[in-house]
Design a binder for this molecule. Structure first.
Ligand code: IPD
Ligand code: CA
Length: 263
């Protein structure tokens, strides 16, 4: 059985190369290739090209593992390990020239449902920020060579991030959820890349984060970062639109945030 640290090493190498490609393509100019679930949910040629590179590199390094990617779907493996990949998380930021986008790569076992899988390794690499967050199960969470930890208290109120889905039918409900969280907040952030929201909670740059409607590739690496940084994370029942709820925070805030949103 390959160790979580070996899987992390592979993920970091590939994410770094993929991030360089994404950044180079961004410099050359980005074109929107298509809309997906709604007109606001876009994919660029770069998303597809970067995922193809990651898939090729993983197939060479780990030919018997499974794969699940945002842009090119899934393939079963024989080892029990699946690589869950978002080639460019924060595609709207990327298309608009904002630096908050990231390559997210994770290795999970026990299936591809975020409610029940177990993550072994993950990396969130933000090429335009020059930052690489990584974690391996039982080995802590790291930003470069520095160990990171979640915040353990928020005396002046919590800095909380969230996201709104691309489907306008869900906006009123999501804003009502945000209103319920506001009494806990000193301020709110909407960064636009779930993987970075999660990495920033792990690094103590945010106190907590919640969002409905995330996909497995949005959360796989970032949630392991939070857990390995001493935080808590939950994945809760879908709403009427079939969107599960992700909540992450440091140990002190977590239960209060979960309860403000759900109870
Ligand atoms: C999106 C981002 C965004 C979140 C959306 C995701 P994408 O991923 O993570 O912050 O609000 O739910 O779909 O489309 O940029 O890879
Ligand atoms: Ca994404």
């Amino acid at each position: 059985m390959t160790s979580p640290l070996e899987l992390q090493h592979i993920a970091v190498e590939i994410a770094t190369e993929a991030g360089e490609l994404a950044r180079r393509r961004r410099g050359e100019g980005v074109s929107i290739a298509a809309s997906k679930s709604t007109i606001a949910d876009i994919v660029t040629e770069a998303d597809r090209e970067v995922e193809a590179l990651i898939r090729e590199r993983l197939a060479a390094a780990r030919p018997d593992d499974g794969f699940l990617g945002e842009e090119s779907g899934d393939a079963a493996g024989t080892t029990g390990i699946t690589w869950v990949v978002d080639p460019i998380d924060g595609t709207v930021n990327y298309a608009f020239g904002m630096p908050s986008y990231a390559v997210s790569i994770a290795a999970v076992v026990d299936g591809t449902d975020p409610g029940t899988w177990r993550a072994l390794a993950g990396v969130v690499h933000a090429p335009a920020l020059g930052e690489t967050f990584r974690a391996a199960a039982g080995e802590g969470a790291w930003l470069g060579e520095q160990r990171i930890r979640v915040n353990t208290d928020a005396p002046a109120g919590a800095l909380i991030a969230t996201g709104l889905g691309y489907d306008s039918r869900t906006h009123a409900g999501d804003l009502a959820t945000l209103t319920r969280a506001m009494p806990l907040a000193r301020d709110i952030r909407r960064i636009g890349a779930a993987s970075l929201d999660l990495a920033f909670v792990a690094a103590g740059r945010l106190d907590g984060y919640f969002e409905r409607g995330l996909q497995p590739w949005d959360i796989a690496a970032g949630r392991l970062l939070v857990d390995e940084a001493g935080g808590r994370s939950g994945w809760f029942e879908p709403d009427a639109f079939g969107r599960s709820l992700a909540v992450v925070a440091g140990p002190e805030l977590y239960e209060r945030l979960r309860s403000a949103i759900l109870d």
